[in-house]
Design a protein around this ligand. Structure first.
Ligand SMILES: Nc1ncnc2c1ncn2[C@@H]1O[C@H](COP(=O)(O)OP(=O)(O)OP(=O)(O)O)[C@@H](O)[C@H]1O
Length: 226
């Protein structure tokens, strides 16, 4: 997998003050696959995603993107190619339609509607104001905004944590569809059943260290995720 990896992390350590948030993490993110990052609350999953778009930089170790050190990429270009949908994303526009077209103003109106349906939101959301959206709705608008940019890599931080089953299914379908189109998806999830449904590969973090990695059925999930 090493040679084909989209991202490769070698001996990555991240500190927050005296605390070790990630310690000696080595892992690969393969292309055209869904990699789930699992582990108990506070294990370092979100911080790992932030490293991949250089919202943080490691204190030690190396991260490469397509074999080249991450620091050598133009950061804005990197963040266009690698889209992060955070747990509590910031929306920057007044309306949902504007927000989805934020990075991609030439997206056709019908395409904006299609993006909404890919994240399980009805067309009526196009005219909604971004203020007053629920957390789960805001996260899905952010996902639609990310999808509009057709990223090479999509980083999803617990995208279905606050969704009902039907909406979660729409997101899972979109993840598999993206993988089918060649996108690498990194999915942080506390839901072991979801991981078994959508992931090809799992990285299990524990207190900032990689405890195990492998196929979804070979991982022993922490209690909160089983
Ligand atoms: N800004 C910060 N200041 C201090 N500590 C932080 C900060 N951000 C993260 N941490 C700590 O780093 C560790 C890893 O945090 P992270 O958000 O990556 O965990 P997580 O695995 O995503 O957890 P969860 O499943 O609860 O979202 C935690 O112990 C957290 O308290």
């Amino acid at each position: 997998m090493q040679q084909d990896s989209v991202f490769a992390l070698r001996g990555v350590t991240l500190r927050h003050g005296p605390a070790l948030v990630l310690e000696d993490v080595s892992a690969q993110i393969p292309p055209a696959a869904c990699t789930a990052v699992v582990g108990r609350s506070g294990a370092g999953k979100s911080r790992l995603l932030r490293l991949l778009v250089r919202l943080d930089d490691p204190d030690a170790g190396q991260i490469t993107f397509h074999g080249t050190a991450l620091g050598r990429y133009d950061v804005l270009d990197l963040r266009r190619r690698v889209q992060l949908v955070a747990q509590q994303p910031q929306l920057l526009s007044e309306s949902v339609a504007e927000e989805i077209r934020l990075g991609c103003p030439h997206v056709a109106p019908e395409e904006v509607g299609a993006l909404l349906s890919r994240v399980g939101l009805p067309l009526s959301f196009l005219d909604r104001s971004t203020t007053g959206l629920s957390g789960g709705e805001a996260q899905r608008v952010c996902l639609a905004r990310a999808l509009a940019l057709e990223p090479e890599v999509l980083l999803l931080d617990e995208p279905t944590a606050s969704l009902d089953a039907a909406s979660a299914t729409a997101i899972e379908r979109t993840v598999r569809d993206l993988v089918g189109r060649g996108c690498a998806v990194v999915l942080v999830s506390h839901n072991a059943d979801q991981v078994r449904r959508v992931a090809d590969h799992v990285i299990l973090l524990d207190h900032g260290r990689v405890l195990a990695s492998g196929a979804p059925d070979d991982i022993q999930y922490p209690e909160a995720a089983s």
